[in-house]
Design a protein around this ligand. Structure first.
Ligand SMILES: *Cc1c(COP(=O)(O)O)cnc(C)c1O
Length: 387
């Protein structure tokens, strides 16, 4: 049996689905260096601009000076260090939950959590647009998987009516490739009516939305009613890692059962130390200032979206894969990095440009983006981004 690696690659090229890595020679900041040229970066998830900030760089260096470079072992062996404990306590406070547990990545959070809590005979009900890590985790758990069309409450309710065993609904609060919000209040009411649990992935909302950047659940006053609240330290936090905020007993069970937590080396202590600093910035006046700047930029680029939920993700949906690739290449030619997002990240025929804004952008850089979108006839589509 041949592995047919080359023919698979050829097919990807033919379908306009070929992907390749581009090496950036600069830090992640509003201007990127690539092959000797400078580009404006409208593709990063560093929404508040913390990744290249002097404050966070200093905190990371300080963490390394205090606690060393690596953590040496799994958290359960001897890798559980003071910065991990302090960060988890601060995250629980931020999310108003009894406890929080950090993981090496956001991806690792559901991968450990779902198989620890659910198994065959139970049911996981996911929004169709849920992130790959949520889908993979649900599969790995062995529970029955049910999918409801994006944000479709009636279909969700119908699935709840026939669900067996422990039932968990999973959604994102702000969706990663569309930038729109889930109807969280209605989903919370439904899950309570049917005695299900809810997991919300706030990867794109934490730091960006809600009072002090606490996320969409907090903005809607729902934090106390959502059993499993996950997020990442790799987007607005500007670092790397993921967290789950939940009850003390859920966290204790995960410490005993979550394989992506147990069987991996603890995140570097310096990163946890810096994440504590990032959290302090996000909660404070500095974070407020950055969120105000970000909101102003979203209003400039996509006024209708700004009126609805103010995420920093602006999809420009073009449909055809090659059309999206050409639009991305045209922007790159004009000195602007905006990725084309294609199948399998989004459905076939819904390829798009995904523009992301950051508080670190300068007003003139945002104006340049708007000008180029206008030149390429993409500006109106950006304005229509609202769902
Ligand atoms: C990015 C992302 C993750 C994964 O987080 P990492 O820290 O990058 O591993 C999980 N869920 C969603 C919705 C994301 O966008």
């Amino acid at each position: 049996m041949s592995w047919e690696i080359q023919s698979q690659l050829d097919q990807l090229r033919k379908d306009g689905l070929w992907r390749q890595l581009r090496v950036m020679d600069s830090p992640q900041s509003p201007v990127l260096e690539h092959e000797g040229k400078s580009y404006l970066n409208f593709s990063s998830n560093d929404y508040l601009g913390l990744a290249p900030s002097s404050e966070l760089k200093a905190a990371l260096l300080e963490g390394v000076a205090l606690f060393g470079a690596g953590s040496g072992a799994s958290r359960l062996v001897c890798g559980s260090m003071r910065p991990h404990a302090d960060l988890e306590e601060a995250l629980a406070d931020f999310k108003s939950t009894e406890a929080a547990l950090t993981f090496s990545s956001g991806f690792a959070v559901p991968l450990g959590t779902l198989p620890a809590l659910l198994g065959p005979g139970d049911t996981v009900i996911l929004d169709k647009l849920s992130h790959a890590c949520l889908v993979d985790a649900a599969r790995l758990s062995g529970a029955t998987m049910r999918i409801f069309p994006h944000n479709h409450l009636d279909k969700l309710e119908r699935l709840l009516q026939t669900a067996q065993g422990r039932v968990l609904i999973i959604t994102e609060s702000i969706f990663s490739m569309d930038g729109d919000a889930a109807p969280l209040r209605e989903i919370v009411e439904l899950k309570e009516r049917y005695g299900a649990w809810l997991m919300v992935d706030e990867a794109h909302a934490i730091g960006v939305l809600g009072p002090q950047g606490r996320g969409l659940a907090a903005a809607l006053g729902l934090q106390g009613r959502i059993e499993l609240q996950m997020g990442t330290l790799s987007k607005a936090f500007g670092l790397s890692g993921g967290y789950l905020a939940a009850s003390r007993s859920v966290v204790d069970l995960l410490i005993n059962r979550a394989r992506s937590f147990i069987y991996t080396t603890a995140p570097p202590p310096g990163v946890a130390h810096a994440a504590l600093k990032a959290l302090e910035m996000i909660r404070g006046e500095d974070g407020e200032r950055r969120r105000r700047t970000l909101r102003r930029y979203v209003e400039q680029v996509a006024p209708q979206q700004a009126a609805s939920q103010q995420s920093a993700i602006i999809p420009i949906i073009l449909g055809n894969e090659s059309v999206a690739m050409d639009a991305s290449a045209a922007l790159r030619e004009a000195g602007i990095m905006v990725p084309a997002i294609r199948y399998p990240t989004v459905a076939r025929g819904s390829a798009r440009l995904r523009v992301t804004l950051s508080a670190a952008h300068l007003p003139t850089q945002v104006e340049t983006l708007i000008q180029q979108l206008t030149v390429l006839n993409l500006a109106q589509r950006a304005e229509a981004a609202c769902h």
